[in-house]
Ligand binder design. Structure first.
Ligand code: COI
Length: 354
């Protein structure tokens, strides 16, 4: 499929101070758009000026949330070239989410080429500052003007780009996480593994209550017994207990994170013991009491590697590793970002150049 290109006549000024980008507030000059209509398939691929879109007030995505999205980043290396981290994995996962949400699949190779073209056009927007990058948000949503409940016949696929800094305002400093016991994020057979808006909407109430207690995020427990640890919502979670790296296994209610997968692969490569299994919050608390909870960290595209300094479960507040970044978290952060920014060799073959 051809990609039509329409350049903006009014390019915007780039952010003057890259240390103040924040996350997800600023958008570049262009976006990728493609339509789907039943009978015709995906068509009319185009890169056009970034701007508002018009939707029917009855558009199905607004009523029943038939939507999926992805998140990945483009990085500027020291020699000025631009590269992405495992973008093929994002589009593969997008099709898994699409299947669950009855959204038509995309041609992964085609959208990767489209993304490269878009990022190349917007390469001047990729930040120069260490730790900052161009956050990439591909998404698909139902547009049929209809208020009945059924899979739609018309969709838009879009990619927008946002020069961004750290996801958490704390940067690489440890975050405070609160174990959610009242609400649940996902249940077996639900949509927890899919990257769909509903999973995030459902998390807001818990997050709001956590914020009121001065915690940044919540740690979700399983939706049935509320015993087993699942994920944080904006990131997957890892525990280092007595030297063993443990992360909840993918049971269908946890997002299969690409940074999660990469962290497991790196730890295994380094000869560490890594286990994907069910782990209860009780086990974590006991390990803490016995002085065996060495580290807790989250992994995510936006969050990268994010050490957890405080974990609150009911009345118990666990201060992990003296609220300092742990050895494994630091090594994973340095290696992951080293590969992403081209400072370390890409031995795992994860990098795709633009
Ligand atoms: C990402 O890490 O890219 C995500 O999509 C998570 C989101 C909460 C920013």
């Amino acid at each position: 499929m051809e990609i039509r290109i329409e350049k903006t006549a009014a390019p915007k000024a780039k952010p003057a101070d890259e240390t103040k980008l924040g996350f997800g507030h600023i958008f570049t000059d262009h976006m990728f758009v493609m339509n789907y209509d039943t009978g015709e398939g995906w068509h009319d691929a185009r890169i056009v000026p970034y701007g508002e879109i018009s939707l029917s007030p009855a558009a199905m995505c607004l009523h029943y949330g038939q939507e999926i999205f992805e998140g990945l980043k483009a990085y500027r290396t020291a020699d000025g070239s631009i590269q992405m981290f495992r973008p093929d994995e994002n589009f593969k996962r997008m099709n898994v989410s699409a299947e669950r949400m009855v959204i038509p699949p995309i041609d992964e190779a085609f959208v990767l080429e489209a993304l490269k073209k878009l990022v190349d056009m917007e390469k001047d927007w990729v930040p120069h500052t260490d730790g900052a990058s161009l956050y990439i948000r591909p998404f698909i949503f139902a547009t049929d003007p209809y208020v009945g409940v059924r899979p739609a016949d018309h969709y838009l696929f879009m990619i927008i780009l946002s020069p961004s800094g750290a996801y958490y305002s704390t940067g690489l400093n440890p975050v405070k996480i609160y174990v959610e016991e009242k609400y649940v994020r996902a249940v077996r057979g639900g949509t927890g593994f899919a990257k769909t808006a509903a999973n995030y909407a459902i998390s807001l109430k818990g997050q709001d209550e956590a914020h009121n207690q001065d915690y940044e995020q919540v740690l979700w427990l399983d939706g049935v017994e509320q015993k087993y640890i699942e994920e944080v919502g904006s990131m997957n979670i890892f525990f280092v207990i007595d030297g063993e790296v443990i992360t909840p296994q993918l049971t269908g209610s946890v997002l299969p994170g690409i940074t999660r997968k990469s962290s497991i692969e790196l730890c295994k490569k380094w000869g560490m013991k890594v286990t994907e299994r069910r782990i209860t919050i009780q086990e974590v608390a006991e390990a803490y009491d016995n002085g065996k909870l060495d580290e807790v960290f989250g992994t995510g595209t936006a969050a990268v590697i994010s050490p957890v300094g405080h974990l609150k479960w009911g009345d118990k507040v666990m201060t992990i590793n003296d609220n300092k970044i742990g050895e494994i978290s630091q090594k994973l952060y340095d290696t992951m970002t080293g590969i992403q920014y081209g400072k370390l060799p890409d031995e795992m073959n994860w990098i795709v150049r633009v």
